[in-house]
Design a protein around this ligand. Structure first.
Ligand SMILES: [Zn+2]
Length: 162
């Protein structure tokens, strides 16, 4: 047997171990993904009018529930404001995904909605660093699951919670 054969064996064992780790559905990226989905539903339900339609924070157009996203004023890369209710508002898919300058109108309308002092606080918060503990993410998942259920019943908007 040559040396190459012996060198290969431990690699097979390593791969098997990695496979086990991958199945851990409670890993931090999965918790963040799950909370992203729930938080998005919550924001869109919060901003929905009693008739089930939603006004885009940026362009002001009225859209159906399925045609709006949860638009972040400070992008999702800012972990400190990723799940902040002031930072997130219902925004139409066009503004959120394709418009390069949607944040100009977003800013004006956000200040109108939450006031200048909360807007300034939000800016400071977005610049701070933040490391979420798994337990904090899990607590928010529980909190927003409940909120989504309540709002979806109250506003008679059917949502799919995965
Ligand atoms: Zn829009």
């Amino acid at each position: 047997m040559n040396k190459y054969y012996f060198n290969r064996k431990p690699k097979v064992a390593q791969t098997a171990e990695k496979g086990v780790k991958k199945r851990n559905y409670k890993s931090k990226p999965n918790l963040v993904k799950k909370l992203d989905r729930l938080f998005s539903l919550y924001i869109r339900l919060r901003d929905a009018m009693p008739n089930g339609y939603v006004r885009c924070i940026s362009c002001g157009k009225i859209k159906t529930f399925d045609d709006v996203d949860c638009g972040h004023f400070y992008s999702r890369t800012h972990m400190s404001t990723r799940f902040d209710e002031d930072n997130c508002n219902a925004e139409c898919k066009f503004c959120n995904r394709f418009s390069a300058d949607h944040l100009i109108a977003y800013q004006t309308n956000l200040i109108r909605k939450i006031g200048i002092s909360r807007f300034e606080k939000l800016g400071l918060k977005a610049k701070s660093t933040c490391h979420w503990l798994d337990s904090e993410l899990e607590d928010r998942i529980k909190y927003y699951s409940q909120k989504v259920n309540e709002l979806s019943r109250e506003k008679a908007i059917r949502v799919k919670v995965k």
